[in-house]
Design a protein around this ligand. Structure first.
Ligand code: PSU
Ligand code: MN
Length: 301
């Protein structure tokens, strides 16, 4: 494939060339998911966690129309405060390249770039899904998981979404959903939503074996790995639920639509739950980054 349109951080280029483990990280959570300065602290902490676990982090974004695989600290700091950054899912790439603008990649967008770059594992917080009461509003993340062979580590999906329908669409798209040391789909702030998963794995090596088996079969689907928020940082379910209910009502009242829906809900839930959700968020992002690095290491063995 012609991937001359990619711009690599030297550390990422070196790691990929040498066949060392690399973990992709997304940037929409920096620009649209968390407020400044928490976003910058968390993005740095995720990169550091990946390094400590023996892999090279590659945060992915579009800077002045250049698809960048691995940000320098200056680029990351810029993105954390930048205005007018386009949220980039699959459909947005031709636009942002032609306009030479700044873009933050969603789970779908980051999977695409990771695959172009030859990165097999990616860590995020929560994936997009089917919206509650809006069964036709299905995140492009679910489609991408069905067609791009990248392993995505997440803490499930926020209950701002319809979690049972989200799992149904993943099934339709042929995506295996793995629980790491858990048997039920985690709901981001809370450790479970009571929905069974396809398989439970106890070690990163077991997960790596499933990814290798997919490759052996020539399947081009993604793999979704879920890991619950650490117990001590879990939000009480009623706290999460009431914030989500209020945010959903407000979104309907204000007529929020399209790609604005998820950022609106994320921002409102974060405001309504204050510090509690923030500590959970930071803890689970680092937790996910660590597991992704461990899987990436297991894949290179
Ligand atoms: N869920 C979160 N935090 C996030 C997102 C989702 O808990 O930051 C972001 C991710 O980048 C995800 C995107 O890919 O929102 C999904 O947006 P949409 O529903 O518009 O596809
Ligand atoms: Mn949508």
């Amino acid at each position: 494939m012609n991937t001359t349109f990619l711009h690599y951080h030297p550390d990422v280029a070196a790691a990929l060339k040498a066949g060392r483990p690399v973990v992709a990280l997304e940037s929409t959570l920096i620009t649209h998911g968390l407020p400044y300065p928490v976003n910058q602290e968390v993005a740095r902490a995720m990169e550091q966690t990946v390094r400590e676990a023996g892999a090279t982090p590659a945060t992915i974004a579009v800077l002045q129309g250049k698809i960048t695989v691995g940000l320098t600290d200056e680029q990351l700091a810029y993105l954390a405060q930048a205005k007018n950054v386009r949220k980039c899912s699959r459909r947005d790439f031709p636009i942002i390249l032609a306009q030479q603008g700044d873009g933050a990649t969603t789970v779908a967008g980051t999977m695409m770039v990771a695959h172009w770059a030859g990165i097999r594992v990616f860590a995020t917080g929560g994936i997009g899904g089917v919206h509650r009461g809006q069964p036709m509003d299905i995140s492009a993340d679910l489609r991408e998981l069905g067609q791009t062979p990248v392993a995505v580590v997440c803490a499930g999906a926020k209950a701002i979404l319809d979690l049972p329908l989200t799992l149904e669409v993943l099934e339709t798209n042929g995506v295996p959903v793995i629980g790491y040391q858990c048997s039920e789909f985690p709901a981001f702030y809370t450790r479970t939503a009571g929905l069974p998963l396809d398989v439970r794995c106890e070690t990163p090596e077991e997960i790596a074996a499933i990814i290798r088996a997919r490759d052996t079969l020539g399947l081009t689907t993604g793999t979704l790995i879920t890991i619950p928020v650490p117990q001590e940082h879990e939000l009480p379910a009623p706290v999460a639920e009431s914030a989500i209910a209020q945010a959903l009502q407000e979104a309907t009242r204000h007529g929020v639509r399209g790609k604005e829906v998820t950022p609106f809900l994320l921002a409102r839930v974060s405001e309504l739950t204050h510090e509690k959700s923030r500590t959970a968020n930071v803890a689970l992002l680092k937790n996910n980054a660590r597991l992704a690095a461990q899987i990436a290491c297991a894949l290179t063995k």
